[in-house]
Design a binder for this molecule. Structure first.
Ligand code: HSE
Length: 443
């Protein structure tokens, strides 16, 4: 039997402890399957005295994760510290320079420094594996690196943030306001330490940056992603989407644009209510891949959590135990193409628009004209009376000119056209607030 594979794990939070448990519980099976034992040789964490639900009795303790990363007594440095700078980055760089393989769950680190780290890994002939960095337990990295390598990927998209999906699901199913459901997500421990990372779309964008590189063979380019969060989604949008046959999801989408660039975007998106992706609810994640040979695949599963994320980390360790050998971003760094951004104005698709329109003669006609002037064709228009205008409501039928809610669905158009139309509608003075616009993803 080959010599044991020795791990040094930095970061013993829920994922680190889950990994140690997984390796303990499945030791026999893994040893037989791999022909060698995997041992947790050394560990490092901020607080040594913290009780942890896993057996670390045989591991050497390091106060300094960087010293652990460079230790000659480990084969793989497992980075579970998190953060795109600071100890995580320093330790991963040190490990690679010292010739240690690296397994990490750190999406922010890879989104920011993935290409440079892959270069270091190449120079040292080391592995840099990160299955757990995207969509938790879903094996999407291996799917792209291995199973779909014979395909040209046209589009990759998915629900990449469990917190946002939890919030949008609860808002839809329980008609509860955004702030209240966010507080619940934080109580349940789903949200990042800074929840603006989740609700602002940045966590999903980190993951999309990694997926985009793997799918299209381009350099990782987090700053080239168009990012919008879910803060602006109201109960009115959730209800209108339902009535029109849609659900609202925060999607990360990357595709080959007709102009030849890569369109990469994270934003609230309407998806048909009866599509498979619409059924993905709560904290569950999913990733869909459109390949030219395989067609569309949809992988659904837990996007976070101790055991599921540990499962993904373990799969990278298992790959290395078997000999590894796949470059971090599939092709050698020198062959990664520059990321050429397709501007969001080029985006082509249908749109949902919600307007608060002053209820006066000619207002709708003016709105329709502004759309028509830019070649935007309307598929449906629904006008609802405001509450104060409902018969029997106090104030009778409401003051003439009080705003009514108008929801529109457009046929496919360009983002430039719809933005231009909405700017003109706003400046005409027929609406009482900024128009709401949500992209509809074709599937
Ligand atoms: N905060 C993240 C989420 C955790 O909600 O999906 C996993 O990255």
């Amino acid at each position: 039997m080959t010599a044991p594979l020795k791990l040094g794990i930095a970061g013993l939070g829920t994922v680190g402890a889950g990994l140690v448990r997984l390796l303990t519980d499945n030791r026999e099976h893994l040893t037989i399957a791999l022909g060698r034992e995997i041992v947790v040789a050394a560990v490092s964490a901020r607080d040594r005295s913290k009780p942890r639900d896993c057996d670390l009795s045989k591991a050497v303790w390091f106060d300094d994760p960087v010293a652990l990363a460079m230790s000659p007594d480990i084969d793989i440095f497992v980075e579970l510290i998190g953060g795109d700078e600071g100890p995580a980055r320093v330790a991963v760089e040190a490990a690679l320079k010292a010739g240690r393989h690296v397994v990490t769950a750190n999406k922010a680190l890879l989104a920011r420094h993935g290409v440079a780290l892959a270069g270091l890994a190449e120079e040292s002939h080391c592995a840099l594996d990160f299955e757990a960095a995207v969509a938790g337990g879903i094996p999407i990295i291996k799917t792209l690196r291995e199973s779909l390598l014979g395909n040209r990927i046209e589009r990759i998209y998915g629900i990449l943030n469990g917190t946002c999906n939890f919030i949008l699901t609860k808002m839809q199913e329980e008609s509860r306001p955004f702030g209240e459901v966010l507080a619940e997500a934080q109580r349940l421990g789903y949200a990042e330490a800074d929840p603006t990372f989740d609700i602002g779309g940045f966590d999903a964008a980190h993951k999309l940056a990694i997926l985009t590189s793997l799918a299209f063979g381009t350099e990782v380019a987090f700053d080239e992603i168009h990012v919008e969060g879910i803060e602006k989604i109201t109960q009115a949008d959730i209800t209108a989407a339902d009535e029109l046959g849609y659900r609202i999801k925060l999607l990360g989408v990357a595709l080959r644009a007709p102009s030849g660039g890569i369109e990469a975007r994270v934003h609230p998106t309407m998806v048909p209510k009866h599509s498979a992706i619409a059924e993905v609810s709560g904290v569950t994640n999913c990733v869909a891949v459109d390949g030219d040979r395989v067609g569309t695949l949809l992988l659904v599963g837990p996007g976070a959590g101790s055991e599921a994320t540990a499962s993904a980390v373990a799969s990278d360790i298992i790959d290395i135990a078997r000999g590894g050998g796949v470059p971090p971003f599939i092709v050698p760094v020198a062959h990664l193409k520059p990321h050429r951004r397709a501007e969001i104005g080029e985006h082509q698709g249908a749109y949902y628009v919600r307007l608060s329109v002053y209820d006066k003669p000619g207002a709708m006609a003016a709105i329709a004209k502004r759309m028509g002037d830019r070649g935007v064709s309307l598929e449906s228009i629904v006008q609802r009376r405001t509450k104060s205008a409902l018969p029997g409501a106090s104030g009778g039928r409401g003051a003439p000119g009080a705003p009514a809610t108008v929801t529109l669905i457009t046929h496919e158009t360009t983002e430039e056209a719809i933005r231009g139309a909405l700017e003109a509608i706003e400046s005409d003075g027929n609406v009482s607030e900024k128009p709401q616009m949500i992209r509809i993803e074709a599937m």
